[in-house]
Design a protein around this ligand. Structure first.
Ligand SMILES: Cc1cc2nc3c(=O)[nH]c(=O)nc-3n(C[C@H](O)[C@H](O)[C@H](O)COP(=O)(O)OP(=O)(O)OC[C@H]3O[C@@H](n4cnc5c(N)ncnc54)[C@H](O)[C@@H]3O)c2cc1C
Length: 425
């Protein structure tokens, strides 16, 4: 496409082709709504292709659980709906505890699950081996949700985009939105590096960039970037169909035998200007996560001070460095506790930045001012699982259809109140 060209007006312009933007485009196109999806880099270049692929209801905040349970139903037939193999595997989600304190946390969450009729149950140390037969960890027990699943992040967003295109959606990669155009209290469209697109509705699904996109409109979205590292092995013999999380390591084995391994909750926060700007908002979350979150000061801060994140064209696709130490510890833990009789070779490793909000809940909101602006972002490290339903809700909000879920906990204006992070299960 030439660098500058008039882009056709549309009804809905979506900023960001991660899973949320792509699913929104699909469900809008399915309703027959003219929609244009704009991506500054390539489809799913950031969080949506870099995540672990866990699709879990387990451990969710009470506000998110009904949404995720509805989304689990979507996942079960999504590969048929999108006519693509998504690597979907409904083998459950297992969290393993090594002490009584953790079991008590699981028991408390299991009571919430029972209220909603979710199939989560507490397993004894012996029962854990029914799910992961080769487990050698001296565990106290675990929490298991058989209806949970996993999918291949590299396939899902691309499949949403392909299906959306078949239904008439326009999708442009390497086309950064530089600002949302507003006039008379309502959105008018978006300005992109290739020209302006008039649109009556604009959806901000820009992941870690959303806060920067909304700021010129006078909207304050407190998010910080948290870096998480991931490794993937060559195929190994069958270990378990469940996604598993135990102290020091989280993993899942795809149907092709490859294992995705991550250091669980261990993550880095690269200090940037927003870390200072939103420090008071994040203080409670920081205290809660202090054992798993390392603060780093380096190049990202320098880039931020120099204004390199202000333009959406400088970083087409964020590709942060994985943490070699955290990954080595995780892979060692996996080898010692699970893959005991096999040689496991790491084929590749990567990292991704997560858009973390102070209460670890997303924003899913149709704003009153400016009208026509929808925000679907801040999924705080667990938005891959929620992506399909987030897209469906965006389509419902954009078309003014009744949304039959309570979206109050996900409103942007909640950040004017002091934040309480959800307890991490
Ligand atoms: C390492 C890691 C592990 C994770 N594990 C899991 C997991 O197991 N399960 C789970 O449920 N979730 C997981 N997550 C979280 C999940 O990946 C995210 O919540 C989800 O992908 C968010 O999707 P998104 O569409 O909101 O954002 P993104 O995928 O980040 O997409 C936003 C897109 O917007 C584009 N963009 C930004 N600004 C502009 C602009 N100005 N113009 C045009 N385009 C723009 C970006 O380039 C990007 O492609 C993990 C995340 C990471 C990083």
């Amino acid at each position: 496409m030439p660098r500058q060209m008039p882009l056709a007006p549309t009804e809905v312009a979506i900023i960001g082709a991660g899973i949320v933007g792509a699913a929104s485009a699909y469900y809008l196109a399915k309703k027959g709504v003219p929609v244009t999806l704009l991506e500054k880099g390539s489809i799913a270049g950031e969080q949506s292709s870099r995540n672990w692929g866990f699709v879990r209801q387990q451990g969710r905040h009470a506000a998110e659980l009904p949404l995720m349970m509805a989304c689990n139903k979507i996942w079960q037939t999504l590969h048929q709906e999108l006519a693509t193999d998504l690597g979907w595997r409904q083998g459950g989600n297992l969290r393993i505890a090594v002490d009584e304190e953790r079991i008590a946390v699981f028991e408390s969450w299991q009571r919430l699950a029972a209220e909603y009729g979710l199939d989560t149950r507490i397993l004894s140390a012996t029962e854990l081996r029914d799910v992961v037969p080769s487990l050698t960890l001296a565990a106290r027990g675990g929490m298991y949700t058989p209806s949970d699943g996993q999918a291949d992040p590299t396939r899902v967003t691309a499949a949403f985009c392909m299906a959306a295109r078949r239904l008439g959606a326009r999708i442009y990669e390497h086309c950064a939105v530089t600002r949302v155009e507003v006039g008379g209290g309502a959105v008018r469209g978006v300005n992109t590096e290739r020209g302006t697109i008039m649109a009556g509705t604009v959806v901000c699904a820009a992941g870690v960039w959303s806060s920067r996109m909304l700021r010129p409109l006078g909207l304050r979205l407190p998010t910080v970037w948290v870096r998480n590292s991931v490794a993937r092995t060559e195929p190994v013999a069958a270990l378990t169909a469940s996604a598993v999380w135990m102290p020091g390591v989280a993993f899942r084995q795809a149907v092709d035998g490859r294992v995705t391994i991550a250091p669980g909750a261990i993550a880095q926060h690269d200090i940037m200007l927003d870390s200072v700007r939103f420090a008071t908002k994040f203080w409670p979350a920081l205290r809660q996560e202090k054992s798993s979150l390392t603060l780093r000061m380096g190049r990202p801060l320098l880039d931020d001070i120099c204004g390199r994140y202000g333009r959406f064209t400088t970083h087409r696709t964020l590709n942060p460095r994985p943490d070699p130490v955290a990954l080595r510890v995780a892979v060692d833990a996996f080898n010692k506790r699970v893959a005991v009789d096999q040689t496991v070779r790491v084929a590749r490793s990567w990292a991704g930045y997560i858009d973390m909000t102070p209460d670890l809940l997303p924003v899913l909101d149709a704003l009153a001012a400016p009208s026509g602006l929808l925000v679907a972002t801040g999924f705080s490290g667990h938005g891959f699982g929620l992506g399909p339903i987030a897209g469906r809700l965006v389509a419902e909000m954009a078309t003014g259809c009744g949304v039959d879920v309570d979206l109050k906990p996900f409103q942007l204006q909640r950040f004017s109140e002091p934040a309480t992070p959800q307890p991490v299960v």
